[in-house]
Design a protein around this ligand. Structure first.
Ligand SMILES: Nc1ncnc2c1ncn2[C@@H]1O[C@H](COP(=O)(O)OP(=O)(O)OP(=O)(O)O)[C@@H](O)[C@H]1O
Length: 262
């Protein structure tokens, strides 16, 4: 199967000569959910901005459906929906108006829009809030509005940055349920999070970023094996989150450059 998204030896960031990302490579197959994991400042959002085309690679390439952004910008952009870390909403527009705007921008037919709207509003417990202006929404409701706008569209790829912050436990469960459903229907998802334990059971694979480099990538079992092979035998039984953060935390204390060796 051809990957839907290919990030190939990406070096990039905000200014030439001072890259934030160094030689980052990973791919996502159709129907796969991949967790992009790392500490604050590891480069997760920067990687996503490159995938969206908001930043240009200094070296390396990104392909979506086999094509780079400049080969077919319209198709590239229409093939993904993005949920940013901090909700970006128009204060004066209601939740419903945001959803209509999103459906229109992506060409979702009216009947399909209505069906999806009812389902998503129910799932995220937003039915009573659909006609509230964004400025009157709570933080979690703002986040849910962004998520619903993305999920209305049903693109091949979802890029979701820190989706769990601000959501209550019911919201987190609704989101995980829906992401799983999208995955089963063949969509691909790239989800960044610090909270590895929340997505450990949902992601097919993980890409662990540290100081802008891919430290290690693979399934949860593969990561455990690799970590255990480094001498941490407890990695076979401990939660992946504890193993990973103990490891990168120790690296930061040493001030050393941690490089994964297979
Ligand atoms: N707009 C920007 N201009 C210049 N540097 C930036 C900008 N945004 C982020 N950076 C830098 O890029 C590096 C990676 O930041 P990034 O936001 O990608 O990390 P992250 O893994 O998403 O972190 P967090 O978990 O805190 O959201 C950091 O050193 C940060 O200071």
């Amino acid at each position: 199967m051809n990957p839907l998204l290919e990030v190939n030896q990406l070096t990039g960031g905000y200014s030439i000569g001072r890259p934030v990302l160094h030689d980052v490579s990973f791919a996502i197959e159709p129907g796969e959910m991949v967790g992009l994991i790392g500490l604050n400042g590891a480069g997760k959002s920067t990687t996503m901005k490159h995938i969206l085309g908001l930043l240009e690679p200094q070296t390396g390439q990104i392909r979506l459906g086999g094509k780079a952004l400049d080969e077919n910008p319209e198709q590239y952009r229409a093939s993904m929906a993005y949920v940013p870390e901090s909700p970006i909403l128009y204060d004066a527009l209601t939740v419903r108006e945001h959803l209509i705007w999103s459906a229109t921008a992506y060409g979702v037919e009216e009947r399909t829009y209505e069906e999806r709207l009812v389902h998503l509003a129910k799932l995220f417990h937003m039915t009573p809030h659909l006609d509230k202006a964004a400025q009157h929404l709570s933080k979690g409701m703002r986040q849910k509005t962004m998520l619903m706008s993305a999920f209305l569209v049903r693109p091949p790829l979802y890029v979701i940055d820190e989706p769990f912050l601000g959501l209550d436990p019911l919201g987190i469960r609704s989101l995980l349920t829906f992401m799983n459903r999208m995955k089963e229907e063949g969509a691909s998802l790239l989800v960044s999070s610090h909270i590895l334990s929340t997505i450990e059971d949902y992601c097919d694979r993980f890409v662990l970023l540290h100081h802008g480099k891919v430290l290690v990538a693979g399934t949860a079992d593969e990561l455990r094996e690799k970590l255990a092979a480094r001498g941490g035998q407890e990695a076979r039984t401990t939660r992946l989150e504890d193993v990973f953060y103990a490891w990168v935390g120790a690296d930061d204390e040493d001030g050393g450059e941690l490089i994964w060796r297979d």
